[in-house]
Design a protein around this ligand. Structure first.
Ligand SMILES: NC(=O)c1ccc[n+]([C@@H]2O[C@H](COP(=O)([O-])OP(=O)(O)OC[C@H]3O[C@@H](n4cnc5c(N)ncnc54)[C@H](OP(=O)(O)O)[C@@H]3O)[C@@H](O)[C@H]2O)c1
Length: 165
C-alpha cells in the first residue's frame, strides 16, 4: 500500500530553496507519529533537506547519483526497482514523503493521502502535483490547534482512493 504525506499551502506550495517555507511544529509531530515504524520514500533533494536518516523508519531514497548516503539508507536508482521492492510487501504501508518529483511518479499508484493544509500563501519554488480528488474519499478532517508555536491555521485531512474499495 502506498500513502502520500505532505503539507501544502493554499496555492499548493510545498517547498522553497529545498526547505519548508513555514514553521509548523504540530505538523512535524503529526508526520512523525503517522510515519513511525513504516518505510518512508523520498527523493534525494528532500533527503538532503534534513540530511540524516529519520529514526524508527526504513529510509528509502531515490537517487541516480553516486553520492554517499549513510549505511542505514536504502538507495534506489530508479522507479521500477523501487516499485518492485514495494510490491514485494503489499501489507506494508509505504509513505511517500516527497518532494514534488517523487509524488508525481507515484500518483498513479497512491492508495491513501495524508494532506495538511496550511491556510496561508507563501513564496515557493516547489508545488504539489495536481491530484484528482474525484478519485478519493475524505475520511477524516481535523482542524489544527493554533498556539504560541503554531501561528497559522491548518487542517489535517485523510483520503482513501475510492477506486480501491
Ligand atoms: N511540504 C511538504 O510536505 C514537502 C515534503 C517533501 C519535500 N518538500 C519540499 O520539496 C522540495 C524538494 O522537492 P523536489 O521535487 O525538488 O525534489 P525531490 O523529489 O525531493 O528529489 C528529486 C531528486 O530525487 C531523485 N529522483 C527522483 N526520481 C528518481 C527516479 N525515478 N530515479 C532515481 N532518482 C530519482 C533525483 O536525484 P539525483 O539527482 O540524486 O539523481 C532527483 O533530482 C524541497 O523544497 C522540500 O523541502 C516539501
Amino acid at each position: 500500500m502506498i500513502s502520500f504525506i505532505w503539507i501544502e499551502d493554499l496555492n499548493g506550495v510545498i517547498g522553497l530553496k529545498n526547505q519548508l517555507p513555514w514553521k509548523l511544529p504540530a505538523d512535524q509531530r503529526y508526520f512523525k507519529k503517522t510515519t513511525m515504524g513504516h518505510p518512508i520514500i523520498s527523493g534525494s533533494k528532500t533527503y538532503r533537506s534534513y540530511n540524516h536518516p529519520l529514526p524508527g523508519r526504513l529510509n528509502i531514497v531515490l537517487s541516480t547519483s553516486n553520492d554517499r548516503f549513510p549505511e542505514k539508507v536504502v538507495v534506489m536508482k530508479n522507479f521500477s526497482e523501487l516499485k518492485k521492492f514495494i510490491d514485494n510487501s503489499p501489507d506494508e504501508e509505504y509513505f511517500v514523503i516527497g518532494g514534488s518529483e517523487v509524488f508525481k511518479q507515484f500518483l498513479p499508484y497512491v492508495d491513501k493521502l495524508y494532506r495538511t493544509i496550511i491556510y496561508g500563501k507563501f513564496n515557493g519554488d516547489t508545488y504539489m502535483p495536481e491530484i484528482n480528488y474525484d478519485k478519493f474519499k475524505l475520511i477524516s478532517s481535523v482542524d489544527g490547534v493554533i498556539d504560541e508555536k503554531n501561528h497559522f491555521p491548518y487542517k489535517f485531512e485523510v483520503y482513501v482512493n475510492s477506486e480501491c474499495d
